[in-house]
Design a protein around this ligand. Structure first.
Ligand code: ADP
Ligand code: ZN
Length: 223
């Protein structure tokens, strides 16, 4: 299954992708995570990406497409992947189709998480995540707090928040998202693979689990 996760910042796309990767046993490819990793390692790619990301701009298509193309050529990507944060432009969507087509594959499903803005803002400003990259657990101080303040329930590591998770940035990121996502939503709708999901109770602790159930159900219906 080649799955493209659509949904704005704070839509729960990342959390749902993490559960899906375990349940479907296919890799979770997040371009944002890949760029952050390169920035941390201070590689050439990291420095280049950072010069855009720190200004709130998208990394240029040719750079991003190459990064994803490389990643998709790994052995573990042969049976499917969950793409999170890519594609973000029509150019990227077309490039992805071409990369997959060369391997006789295609995007099978594009779930789109639809969450009201007020809820997204509440989610994002209260979001903390595990500093242990292997774990990557995400908590919400309001809706889904850790048992012990500042400590990950799963692995005991320290919890951190992302510097761009504040109210003004999230409002900017949301408006950018709506402006840019329309073309992708239309693109996948036209291909007949768009699957809009409006979670019944997006603030519930198990909201991501419910979203994943719906996606897996849909995958089964398609097979
Ligand atoms: P956000 O919550 O802002 O969507 P991400 O972790 O998905 O965060 O991405 C962080 C930043 O990395 C983005 O703001 C953008 O600058 C860059 N980035 C991630 N994915 C892409 C992409 N597909 N194309 C261009 N830039 C990207
Ligand atoms: Zn942890």
């Amino acid at each position: 299954m080649y799955i493209v996760m659509l949904g704005g910042p704070g839509s729960g796309k990342g959390s749902a992708s993490k559960i899906l990767t375990n349940q479907l046993n296919i890799p979770h490819i997040s371009t944002g995570d890949m760029f952050r990793e390169q920035i941390k390692k201070q590689t050439e790619l990291g420095k280049l990406a950072d010069s855009y990301i720190s200004k709130g701009q998208l990394v240029p298509d040719e750079v991003t497409i190459q990064v994803v193309k490389d990643r998709l050529s790994w052995e573990d990507a042969k049976n499917g992947v969950i793409l999170d944060g890519f594609p973000r432009t029509e150019e990227q969507a077309k490039a992805l189709d071409q990369i997959l087509e060369e391997q006789g594959k295609k995007v099978d499903l594009a779930p789109e998480l639809r969450i009201p803005d007020e809820i997204i803002i509440q989610r994002v400003v209260n979001r903390v995540m595990c500093s242990n990259k292997e774990c990557g657990a995400i908590y919400n101080l309001k809706f889904n707090p850790p048992k012990k303040t500042g400590i990950c329930d799963i692995c005991g590591s320290e919890l951190i928040s992302r510097s761009d998770d504040n109210e003004q940035t999230i409002k900017d990121r949301l408006s950018t998202y709506y402006k840019n996502s329309k073309v992708l939503v239309d693109y996948y709708k036209a291909k007949g693979v768009l699957y809009p999901i409006c979670p019944e109770d997006p603030t519930a602790g198990n909201a991501s689990v419910r979203v994943v159930e719906k996606i897996i159900e849909k995958c089964h219906q398609m097979n």
